[in-house]
Ligand binder design. Sequence first.
Ligand code: AMP
Length: 438
Amino acid sequence: MAINAPEGTRDLLPDEALFWERFKGTAAEVFGRYGYLPIDTPIIEQTELFVRGIGEATDVVSKEMFTAISGENLRRWLEEGKAPKAKGRLSLRPEGTAGTVRAVVQHDLVPQGAAPAKLMYAGPMFRAERPQKGRQRQFNQIGVECLGAEEPTIDAEAIIMLMRFYEKVGIPRASMRLLLNSMGCEQCRPPYRELVKAYMDEHAAELCETCMTRAELNPLRAFDCKNETCATVMADAPKITDHLCEGCREHYDAVKALLDGAGIAYEEDPALVRGLDYYTRTVFEVQATDGMGSQNAIGGGGRYDKLAEEVGGRPTPGLGFALGFERCVLALEAAGVELPRAQRCDLFVACVDDGVRAHAFTLVQQCRDAGYICEMDHQHRSLKSQFKLADKLGAARVAVLGPDELARGQVTLRDMASHEEFPVALDSVAAELSQALL
Ligand code: AMP
């Protein structure tokens, strides 16, 4: 029986895989202008990092993390009932922030008094969620993290560059909505959390069981509940923005003023709490407005001024975001934007008969060495089929090589768009291609 890719995973076939490469290139270009440099951390980390960093009570950690067990440990667990010890357990990263912050702390990338470390990453993340459109178990993210500065200019420039990136990859501004909120800090959030909890207790009869269970550990999660009655009840709950301390209020106002100044439109959404525990102050999310169903968040992030300490570092404020590649592709498709066709072929060398193959082979190598994407038939197709293949590959030109051309030291070069044909000396084909591209 044929074996398929696991549920919730997707193969990126060549067109899409090439688009992913370009997508990463655009991110490096746009974020590079803001001083972000690449970092590449392991796909597996100690489970403890995510438990402490992201928060044990979050869905990502409690339900959605893939934890790796070695074959030997699995056998001992199944056969001898000995569960593997917590220490040394590994998990596949469900997101990129915890690992990046761990690396910053481990390598002391932000020594006291240093300029902030601006880092970007791209790669697969893993969450054991129930798969649906736009929700996979393995998906690709690009993310940035800025550690070492708490000023609102960092928040604003990150949001600005995220919006610039989406526009640069082709998602129309009109198909996106930017949501903004402040989550407060360790001073103003705990009393606010109590207010929400008290409000939820008052409305316990109307709220779903999951929300009421969460109310104990993390009542703010109820704002994320997809249940309609819960959403209606929570719409009237106390709003964090009415309960920010002075410092958080000033920070939030400054971020908004900077975005206003930059002409970035946003909607304030006091119910935007985001799923992870580590956020403080600014949080934001970008949603695609067309055809995405419930999984419409194409990116989001926020400030996490306590995370470095959570994972054992010295106090280091931070801010970051992540955007999902697959959801951006869905957003582009929904907005009717055609993905660029990956295939490009500058020249196809067609053989009139097998006697000229060796010469065609040499010509193809010469043109590739000169920097052109060049192909020939490898399966003894007829000349007609070779032209069909050239068409399929999107060849801009076809060089026809037969015994007559060979005797004259030439090929017949055909422009596939204009159907023009003209002879070119065998040793001038690459030069002719460079002329044509000019
Ligand atoms: P998060 O880390 O949950 O804030 O996710 C950041 C971005 O990654 C989201 O806005 C999505 O674009 C993408 N993303 C998150 N979870 C998934 C998933 N299960 N499948 C596909 N994309 C996802």
